[in-house]
Design a protein around this ligand. Structure first.
Ligand SMILES: C[S@@+](CC[C@H](N)C(=O)[O-])C[C@H]1O[C@@H](n2cnc3c(N)ncnc32)[C@H](O)[C@@H]1O
Length: 204
């Protein structure tokens, strides 16, 4: 099977084609329902898709993956596309409160031949999910995200959060309310941004 390199990730030609199709859908729908900032429409591939691919790189695919505040599907739809070949049995759930974005997410998942459930609800109203992995990008500050992680991760689960230049400050603030083990990995796409891999979240 031929492979394509996306920065440090190797994906099959089939996965690459699915990601390219998803990119075209985001570009088509975003002007109507604001899936991404207008200023990033010319760079969907690097700013959003590659940025989401990197979130999956550090870990083995789990049995259950919960993406919260999925918006246009970053990283949730990208995770679902990568899982088609890497972990076809992984149960992926995308939580998004905006119904129009949920309609887009369902269309994108179907058209890209991926498999994930979309829940149109605020995460605060969703019963505990006991997920193996929870991810979020551009949703809330780290202190708030850790509250979601504590509620929705199973014991031993992993939280993966994309964070920008202020990430160290967010970690310091979060330590006043939460204990957790942290690994940070530099972003492939944004200088000074990171992917935070967090385990063992408990209240101080
Ligand atoms: C800034 S966007 C980021 C979307 C996507 N994760 C990304 O990186 O492009 C935040 C998204 O989270 C959704 N959202 C905000 N608060 C939420 C909540 N409490 N529960 C579920 N979704 C929420 C919004 O509707 C929006 O689509």
């Amino acid at each position: 099977m031929s492979e394509v390199k996306i920065r440090e990730a190797h994906v099959s030609r089939e996965t690459y084609d699915r990601l390219k199709h998803y990119e075209s859908l985001v570009k088509k729908w975003s002007p109507k329902i604001n899936l991404i900032a207008k200023s990033t429409l010319d760079n969907v591939w690097d700013r959003h898709i590659v940025d989401s691919v990197q979130i999956c790189q550090g870990i083995d695919f789990p049995q259950t993956w919960l993406d919260i505040g999925s918006g246009g599907g970053f990283p949730g739809v990208v995770v679902a596309i990568l899982a088609v070949e890497r972990a076809p049995d992984c149960v992926i759930t995308l939580i998004e409160s905006d119904q129009r974005k949920c309609a887009f997410l369902r269309t994108a998942i179907r058209e890209c031949g991926a498999n994930a459930k979309v829940v149109s609800e605020r995460i605060e109203k969703v019963p505990p999910m006991a997920a193996d992995v929870i991810s979020a990008r551009a949703l809330a500050d780290l202190t708030t995200l850790l509250g979601f992680a504590e509620r929705h991760l199973q014991p031993g689960g992993i939280a993966l959060f994309s964070k920008g230049i202020q990430w160290k400050k967010e970690v310091d603030n979060a330590r006043s309310q939460w204990q957790f083990d942290l690994k940070s990995t530099n972003s492939w796409t944004e200088p000074e941004a990171v992917v935070l891999e967090i385990r063992g979240v408990t209240r101080v």
